[in-house]
Design a protein around this ligand. Structure first.
Ligand SMILES: O=C(O)CCC(=O)C(=O)O
Ligand SMILES: [Fe+2]
Length: 212
């Protein structure tokens, strides 16, 4: 198990407008980060990254794919989870065991995740403020792993009010739990060149969810 302090994880409860945003700074050491990136890219041969469009028809700046029995997709038909890749029609590859172990070591939620969204931020890609609310059980946490370039992440209450900005560095793991499960959040920018971890550069974000 390559999760640092997996037996006694010590999350930091980050003070934001809403309680329940937890951060494990440096949860993955350099070796674990390298292993995970290799596992992810091997699976992306089967489930290639693609650029979804919003329901309004605008392409996302982030490239996406998924692992697990369900994957998050967006197109003119709306946001939803489905069991196959929209471009290849094939089932999504399995979630890497390392990520399932990380889920067990951190969020304290006994049901394993069935969905892992892969987000690749290259160039000026970013993600606008949104809520994660397409999952069947909105009580289950969302666990997010950051790899590669540092992100400027913003989080606020479910509706309106002030937002808090923090940096997510490579190897950091965070979770939306409890009242923060429906917090608005997004990535304002990615600091290009802050890491050399990702083949072709950029930032890789993996989010684990109980979708179905
Ligand atoms: O890239 C990130 O850190 C956030 C990703 C995210 O919010 C999402 O995929 O719903
Ligand atoms: Fe999100």
């Amino acid at each position: 198990m390559s999760v640092r302090s997996a037996n006694t994880p010590t999350p930091v409860e980050v003070k934001t407008a809403v309680e329940g945003f937890r951060l494990w700074p440096g949860a993955l050491d350099a070796a674990a980060q390298g292993d995970l990136v290799a596992e992810v890219f091997a699976r992306l041969d089967d489930a290639p990254l693609y650029r979804p469009t919003t329901p309004g028809g605008r392409p996302f700046s982030v490239q996406m794919s998924n692992f697990g029995t369900l994957g998050w997709v967006s197109d003119r038909g709306g946001y939803r989870y489905q069991s196959t890749h929209p471009e290849t029609g094939r089932p999504w590859p399995a979630i890497p065991t390392m990520l399932l172990d990380l889920w067990d070591a951190t969020v304290g939620w006994t049901t394993p995740p069935d969905a892992c969204l892969v987000n690749l931020y290259r160039d000026a890609a970013k993600m606008g403020l949104h809520q994660d609310k397409d999952e069947a059980d909105l009580g289950a946490p969302v666990l997010s792993v950051s790899l590669g370039d540092t992100a400027t992440f913003r989080i606020g209450a479910a509706e309106g009010g002030r937002t808090t900005t923090l940096r997510l560095d490579s190897g950091d793991v965070c979770a939306l739990t409890g009242p923060a499960r429906l917090a608005r959040h997004g990535v304002d920018r990615v600091l290009a060149g802050s890491s050399r971890l990702i083949p072709g550069d950029g930032r890789l974000n993996l989010t684990l969810r109980c979708a179905g």
